[in-house]
Design a protein around this ligand. Structure first.
Ligand code: SUG
Length: 452
């Protein structure tokens, strides 16, 4: 297993990527997510999508990083359709739901759990009072198709992070708008190195106690109340937590999560000047507990606009620390195609004032067409060697597991899907068979409701 052996105390950030599921499709379900809305009704390519995701995982592993895999969910979720009163054999059930409201049908087929940055918020053991890794699965209540993810996400995380000596997987927050939570997509952790106590930045779009200055066009998905609840549950030290509000103009420009406009790694903080409504004192607040300044990389409107940021998804890159302690930017191909953004990236990589000295452009276009870039596809979990040893090893990527998953996807996933395929009961049945095989490959027996 690749180890970051120069990191103090044998600590490293492990990225767990969501394996893209066989029902990946373009249904236009996410208000405020411009890619999702503009590609609605298009033909998706589930096999190509999953292979792109697996190539990304392999690329990170080949850079010397430890990479994990999170399983997709059971879709279509026919139990949800039955719970809201549709009846009969599968073909009838699917047709009834479609006749009543095609978005209900689409919701139960969505492969949206691929965006693992929304699976949970993670606080690593150096930050928590009991020195355990705390994970809170996101309730995702802002969108119907995502609100049905958390039961299986919780189950999967409890199977993967099972050992109670090291891990606490909390229940999701109460499933109501006041506690709307979208997970790590609105959370950035800074630290001198991953293994040292950090400072956790919680970013929210809406505060029930301060409704002024809210986004007008698009919904805000993360609440301050949710962030505060997670801070309490994770037993974080209040002096090492900072809250920041998303700029309403950014949300209205399509920044539906903070990770569309800002990211960080160790002391590096990459963001657009219009990301936050909160004042610039935030940078000082973040740096104070670390005893060293942050290394800010700020993109100005004169470099490129919010619209360029949303189209190119530069800020949805991953910044990773490599085994030699240098950093690399793992960026979506789209950001190399925008001349203003690629100029900014070239300058960042050339600038010796920051440790990012390489860029790798990856093709995750199938996911990007639904608003999911490289960082959306992964949940970052900083782990000590002992904690990593306690993780369920069936989901840690090796060359062998990668080859098995490539073979599995190539053999079993549909090549293409369009919205009319979602009426097909035979496709629903074949998805069950596909997922059954996957639980054997990942050694996660009885993960799915159909296996109980
Ligand atoms: O929640 N898209 C996802 C994309 C999530 C990206 N995640 C992060 N930024 N971390 C969402 O909006 C689109 C599904 C559809 O329209 O078919 C969707 O759910």
């Amino acid at each position: 297993m690749p180890m970051n052996d120069t990191t103090p105390r044998g600590f490293q950030e492990v990225n767990f990527d969501g394996l893209i599921g066989p029902t990946h499709n373009y249904a236009g379900l996410s208000a405020g997510n411009i890619a999702s809305l503009s590609n609605a009704g298009g033909i998706s390519k589930p096999k190509a999508a999953a292979l792109q995701g697996l190539s990304k995982m392999k690329a990170l592993m080949d850079l010397g990083l430890t990479q994990g895999v999170l399983p997709p969910q059971q879709r279509p979720d026919l139990a949800f359709l039955r719970a809201i009163g549709f009846e009969g054999p599968d073909a009838h059930l699917l047709a009834q739901a479609n006749d009543a409201d095609p978005t209900l049908l689409a919701a139960v087929w969505s492969a949206s759990s691929m965006w693992a940055a929304n699976a949970a918020t993670v606080s690593p053991s150096p930050d928590t009072a009991d020195h355990k890794v705390h994970l809170t699965p996101a309730n995702l209540v802002s969108n119907l198709h995502r609100s049905i993810e958390h039961p299986t996400t919780t189950r999967a995380l409890r199977m993967i992070f099972k050992n109670p000596d090291h891990f606490t997987v909390h229940d999701p927050l109460p499933t109501q708008a006041r506690f709307a939570d979208e997970g790590a997509a609105n959370h950035v952790r800074f630290a001198n190195t991953h293994g040292e106590p950090g400072i956790e930045l919680f970013v929210y779009g809406v505060d029930v106690h301060d409704p002024s200055n809210s986004a007008r066009t698009y919904p805000s998905r993360q609440t301050r109340a949710a962030c505060e609840a997670i801070v309490r549950n994770h037993k974080l030290n209040a002096s090492r937590v900072v809250f920041a509000r998303q700029h309403p103009d950014a949300i209205d420009a399509g920044v539906f999560h903070n990770d569309v406009i800002a990211t960080g790694n160790e002391r590096v903080f990459l963001y657009h000047e219009q990301a936050f409504a909160t004042s610039r004192s935030m940078l000082t607040d973040l740096a104070a507990p670390l005893g060293q300044p942050l290394i800010p990389i700020e993109a100005h409107d004169t470099d490129f606009s919010l619209e360029d940021a949303v189209k190119s998804y530069l800020f949805n890159s991953q910044i990773v620390t490599l085994p030699d302690q240098s950093m690399a930017l793992i960026a979506p191909l789209e950001s190399s195609e925008n001349p203003r953004v690629s100029k900014f990236i070239d300058a960042m990589v050339a600038d010796t004032a920051n440790p990012v000295n390489a860029v790798h452009y990856l093709d995750v276009r199938e996911s990007m067409r639904n608003g999911g870039g490289p960082a959306c596809l992964r949940l970052r979990v900083p782990l000590s060697d002992t904690e990593l040893g306690a993780v369920h090893q069936g989901v840690i990527l090796t060359d062998e597991l990668h080859a098995k998953l490539v073979d599995f996807v190539s053999r079993s996933y549909p090549d293409e899907l369009n919205q009319s395929d979602l009426l097909d009961p035979a496709l629903a049945q074949s998805c069950i068979e596909i997922l059954d095989e996957l639980t054997q490959i990942l050694d996660l027996p009885a993960l799915y409701p159909f296996q109980h």
